[in-house]
Design a protein around this ligand. Structure first.
Ligand code: ACO
Length: 465
């Protein structure tokens, strides 16, 4: 653990192949460390320069008097092995190799030699062929991604580097935050299992998200995920025949059949995301909401159409809707016009407005029968989206004052224009996952239900043991 702490939460960083030339990766990494406001010492290593971006530069890591936890390597492939040997002599803990041109192009020999050398000195290697690693809580951007992600409680491990840079930038647009991001590349040494095990102990990580092309040690991966105490969400690519070939030349990994992975994920207790948007959606929901402990989903809507779409989605995502018990229907009937429906979906209708929402939400969440809530809204001429968003939040908070409503997940869908988009952002910023499609809101509730079921099964099998 101490070595991985040094690799992922270093107290000092050296950049071997740091450069004073803008546009080079060795320049971008030092710049990223500076821009992230990393507080430990930064040591650029360069054969000629005296100073790079405000830091004294050294010709070799062996010239340093201070200790180095993490060495980021950005020298061309043919110099990497020599640099790793020097890192070992300098008692570095972890090495992050950004350089490409090893296993992914068939040079397994050099890749293996790098790992053997590192292990001989007790070091661990992230990469090669990566963008690096980032940690908001350590103000560490040890990568060539321009910025740290929007802060949040999830951490993401991605086998693809370019995708990670793009997702990093996307965190701001989507309002989905992360504490740590890891690029895995060729996984010559440190792999998914190592980081998942480490993140399970990381107090800043509440849920773990994965972008996987292929695994090297599937059995260990399943064991580690099974033991993890935090939700794990995975997006697996390379499931088609041609996709598998693309993954092989990208990160040198064996992608494997969709069915094999599906079964392994189920066994490992992993929630499987269908695509990138879904990976973000689920991550956001797991960051912000508790698991759904029972099967009863309540849907409150002002539009029949979105209600029907959500009902279909509920069946698709494993939480088929049931009609509310008669006493709940009778009470909620009081909160809507005569022509509304309290069955489930509870359709307060377009004319019902703010009060209808507030009353149904606060009442619904307090009922033992209700295990999770989806609130749907269609922008109408008579309602102001921001007022509705504020009302939803108020009602959820009001319900939470009552013990019976605690620990129940809420997800929201708003469909509309620009004002609706602002209102959605308001809800996300206040801890309510909100989506632009009713099926997306129901999908994440299905994920939260699936996770609770997996936890129950885990607890039952422990009791049987
Ligand atoms: N010790 C210290 N410094 C050294 C050493 C050494 N042994 N050898 C070279 N250097 C210096 C160089 O002098 C240079 O500094 P300078 O600009 O002051 O001259 C610096 O290290 C970089 O070396 P260059 O020869 O200029 O190499 P360049 O920057 O062109 O390329 C790189 C190096 C970026 C590692 C390249 O080989 C590479 O692998 N690129 C791909 C990296 C990548 O994209 N990885 C992520 C993949 S994931 C994805 O999908 C994006």
């Amino acid at each position: 653990k101490e070595v991985l702490d040094g690799l992922f939460r270093p107290k000092s960083v050296a950049v071997i192949g740091a450069s004073a030339t803008p546009g080079k990766i060795g320049y971008s990494v030092v710049e990223a460390l500076n821009n992230g406001k990393y507080e430990g010492p930064i040591y650029p290593i360069n054969l000629k320069a005296d100073e790079i971006l405000g830091h004294k530069a050294y010709p070799s890591i062996l010239d340093l008097t201070g200790k180095v936890d993490l060495a980021v390597i950005t020298v061309p492939a043919k110099f990497v092995l020599g640099s790793v040997e020097e890192c070992g002599k300098a008692k570095v803990k972890g090495i992050s190799i950004i350089t490409s041109g090893f296993g992914e192009i068939g040079d397994h020999e050099t890749e293996n030699a790098i790992v053997e050398t590192a292990h001989r000195y007790g070091m661990r290697v992230l990469g090669p062929n990566i963008i690096g690693s980032l940690s908001n809580s350590d103000k560490l951007n040890a990568s060539f991604a321009p910025t740290l992600p929007l802060p949040g409680d999830a951490s993401l491990i991605s086998q693809s580097g370019a995708l990670l840079i793009a997702l990093d930038a996307g965190t701001y647009l989507r309002g989905v935050g992360f504490d740590k991001l890891f690029s895995l590349g060729n996984m010559a040494d440190v792999d998914f299992s190592d980081i998942i095990e480490w993140l399970d102990q990381d107090e800043r990580t509440k849920c773990i998200s994965l972008y996987i092309e292929g695994l090297k040690d599937g059995r260990r991966f399943v064991d580690v995920c099974k033991k993890a105490s935090k939700p794990i969400i995975a997006l697996k690519s390379g499931v088609s025949a041609h996709g598998a070939a693309a993954a092989a030349s990208h990160t040198g990994s064996l992608a494997g059949a969709a069915k094999v992975y599906g079964a392994a994920f189920e066994q490992a207790g992993i929630i499987q995301a269908q695509d990138l948007n879904n990976l973000f959606d689920l991550t956001q929901a797991f960051e912000l909401q508790p698991p759904m402990k029972g099967d009863h989903l309540l849907i409150v809507t002002n539009g029949g159409g979105v209600g029907v779409l959500a009902t279909d989605a509920a069946e698709r995502y494993g939480i088929p809707l049931e009609f509310c018990p008669a006493d709940l229907q009778a009470e909620m009937k009081n909160y809507m016009p005569e022509f509304g429906s309290a069955k489930n979906p509870v359709d307060i209708t377009g004319g019902a407005g703010l009060e209808g929402y507030k009353k149904c939400i606060a009442f619904g969440l307090q009922q033992d029968w209700v295990d999770g809530l989806a609130v749907l809204y269609c922008e109408t001429a008579m309602t102001n989206p921001m007022e509705i968003a504020q009302g939803i939040l108020e009602a959820v908070h009001q319900a939470e004052e009552n013990e019976a409503s605690k620990g129940k997940p809420v997800a929201v869908s708003f469909v509309g224009g620009e004002h609706t988009a602002e209102a959605m952002r308001y809800l996300i910023d206040h801890g309510i996952p909100t989506y632009d499609d009713p099926a997306r809101a129901v999908n994440v509730l299905g994920g939260l239900r699936q996770y609770a079921r997996l936890q129950e099964a885990k607890a039952n099998s422990k009791n049987e043991d």
